[in-house]
Design a protein. Structure first.
Length: 187
């Protein structure tokens, strides 16, 4: 490569009718100065190109890093959404299952309560019937006693010599069985 010093030190052979040596030297100095400026500019541009090339490589690396990061973020976001959807589906399924179990348990409780209510209603009817039967029997006895003790003479009836004997071993289906015992059994 030609340097400014080479240009300044360049010598030419003398010939008869040649150029003016002083003019040639002046021109060579000017060329050398211009050449020196061009070489400096070339060197500065070369440094600038290297710097820009380095920055470009750095930016390319940053771009690659950003692209990888963006891809990882998208992937992570996609996986997070999938997991959230799966978890939501599981929660909904569990909630539905629990709701069904609760409804089933409540239906069973309702049926049991309805059976108990029916049993209590039946027990009430039975007790009412037994009490009515007992009261009717007592009324009939009272009427019998009233009819039997009334005398045409108007004298008060004499007290019975002894209390009437209790009925002999009443059967469970007989309306004369001990009503208090029967009520006690029901309670």
């Amino acid at each position: 490569m030609l340097t400014p010093i080479d240009i300044q030190n360049q010598t030419f052979n003398r010939a008869l009718r040649g150029y003016d040596p002083e003019e040639v030297r002046t021109f060579l100095r000017q060329v050398a100065q211009e050449w020196s400026l061009l070489l400096e500019e070339k060197h500065a541009l070369k440094l600038k190109v290297e710097q820009l090339s380095t920055e470009l490589n750095r930016y390319k690396e940053m771009e690659n890093l950003l692209q990888r990061t963006l891809f990882q973020a998208e992937e992570s976001s996609r996986l997070t959404i999938q997991n959230a959807e799966k978890n939501a589906a599981l929660i909904i399924q569990e909630a539905r299952q629990k709701a069904e179990e609760t409804l089933t348990a409540l239906r069973q409780q309702k049926e049991e309560l309805e059976r108990q209510i029916q049993a209590l209603l039946q027990r009430k009817q039975d007790l009412t019937l037994e009490l009515r039967t007992f009261l009717q029997m007592q009324l009939e006895r009272l009427e019998q006693l009233t009819r039997g003790s009334a005398t045409p003479s108007g004298n008060p009836p004499s007290p019975p010599a002894q209390a009437p004997p209790p009925p002999a071993d009443p059967s469970p289906s007989s309306p004369q069985r001990n009503w208090a015992a029967k009520i006690a059994e029901k309670l």
